[in-house]
Design a protein around this ligand. Structure first.
Ligand code: CA
Length: 56
């Protein structure tokens, strides 16, 4: 996710891999993809990212 807040397919894939434990992400990436802003990157954020992606 870029600083403009736009969710891309790459962001969703990245978070999916992170949640599966197959890829590490930086603190900056974790912060940017914590779309529900509860300081925890989890499946709820992934769901919201997918929704944002679908809705454009
Ligand atoms: Ca979150």
């Amino acid at each position: 996710m870029n600083i403009d807040g736009a969710v891309t397919v790459a962001d969703v894939v990245l978070v999916q891999k992170y949640l599966l434990g197959v890829k590490q992400i930086s603190g900056e990436q974790a912060y940017a993809t914590d779309v529900l802003s509860d300081a925890d990157l989890n499946v709820l954020d992934l769901g919201m990212m997918k929704r944002l992606l679908t809705n454009g």
